[in-house]
Design a protein around this ligand. Structure first.
Ligand code: SF4
Length: 364
């Protein structure tokens, strides 16, 4: 059994020079570092642009002033401890504040930074009661943090509780562990046994994977994916579009294709939210749309299911088209009923990265 070691002190990793580690240590005082021996082994340390390196190793640009701590106002939708309820039919369970590694572009780094509030309680009973007493909720996303970082025993307890609620028909687990540490699956046969026990007709379990780059799809991750698939769980991939990591249409198209060959069709591709520390990964909306469309044109039919969207405080807003120098936007998910299927447009200008809470373009 390959034992994966977790590392939270950047000075303890091999790869960067002594001086570089000293500089990076300062960044980790602001935005913590966490990685593991498996994921670090994928880095080519001779390549400064290695995508895995960019995902997990701090960079000095993180200290550039930019964005907000909670760009989508997630905390506004926290209805009880550990439960966000933004869309009528969907609840988010914040079950943990830990991930297999910490992505440098994380949109929820408010959960990890020093002095952060505890948003994922040890006891989720209040959240489960809320879901149980809200019949409009038919699907629940277990996330945080990473849903699969939970022990199988704890995950089972949560899934069992959700399974006992008649109106909950879909249970989703948000996880990047199949990329970060597929040994979580390979070393614990009890996990897939538990998943197959609870993934039943009319009560489907999904794992929302988080592969950002084809380099993360290794033989080891493929073995873990096959085991998960055999347990009856359906997989689907979400990724942000990230400058320097997957903003090449060929790379994004390859990611779509390779995942779909292995039974993981792409779902949402997200615009990177303007969250503190994320500037280096950000791409203007118009450029993002063009990259995404070219990538989709290279993909198989299944990969065309991907949608490019902003996870905005008012809903999921799809970047649908560029027509006559205007970017056409459409609500896929909405908070206010009046926004259902609403289509609107903004100038297709190269300096717009996001929309503020009143939908005015944010230029940087
Ligand atoms: S896996 Fe998700 S929640 Fe965890 S660090 Fe990465 S982006 Fe953040």
């Amino acid at each position: 059994m390959y034992k994966v070691e977790y590392i939270t002190d950047i000075e303890k990793i091999e790869g960067p020079s002594y001086d570089e580690k000293k500089r990076l240590k300062e960044i980790t005082e602001h935005y913590p570092f966490r990685a593991n021996s498996y994921y670090l082994s994928l880095i080519d340390w001779n390549d400064l642009d290695d995508p895995i390196r960019k995902i997990v190793i701090p960079a000095e640009e993180e200290l550039t002033a930019w964005g907000r701590i909670d760009a989508s106002n997630e905390s506004e939708y926290m209805v009880v401890s550990g439960c966000e309820h933004k869309y009528r039919d969907t609840a988010i369970l914040l079950a943990t504040q830990v991930c297999g590694c910490y992505c440098r572009f994380c949109f929820r780094k408010r959960l990890f930074i020093k002095g952060s509030q505890r948003e994922a309680p040890a006891d989720l009973s209040e959240a489960i009661s809320y879901i149980s007493s809200t019949p409009s909720i038919n699907n629940v996303l277990i996330t945080g943090g990473d849903g699969l970082i939970l022990s199988t025993k704890r995950l089972k307890k949560i899934i069992e509780a959700l399974n006992n609620i008649d109106h909950v028909r879909v249970i989703r687990i948000g996880s990047k562990l199949l990329a970060f540490n597929p040994y979580r699956v390979l070393n614990d046969p009890g996990l897939c046994e538990m998943l197959s026990q609870y993934s039943r007709p009319n009560k489907q379990i999904y794992i929302m994977t988080h592969f950002n780059h084809p380099k993360e799809i290794t033989d080891v991750s493929m073995r873990a994916i096959e085991l998960i698939k055999r347990s009856g769980v359906v997989l689907s991939n979400q990724t942000p579009l990230l400058k320097g990591i997957n903003d090449d249409p060929q790379i994004l198209g390859d990611l779509f294709n390779i995942l779909s060959y292995h039974g993981i069709p792409p779902y949402y591709v997200f615009i990177n939210r303007p969250v503190i520390g994320n500037k280096e990964f950000s791409i203007p909306l118009v450029e993002a749309y063009r990259i995404f469309e070219r990538a989709r044109s290279m993909g198989s039919g299944l990969s065309k299911r991907a949608r490019l969207a902003m996870s905005h405080s008012t809903g999921k807003i799809e970047l649908a088209a560029i027509v006559d120098n205007e970017l056409i936007l459409r609500y896929q998910r909405f908070v206010k009923f009046t926004d259902m299927s609403k289509v609107f447009k903004i100038p297709a200008d190269a300096d717009i990265y996001w929309l503020d809470d009143d939908l005015a373009p944010m230029r940087f």
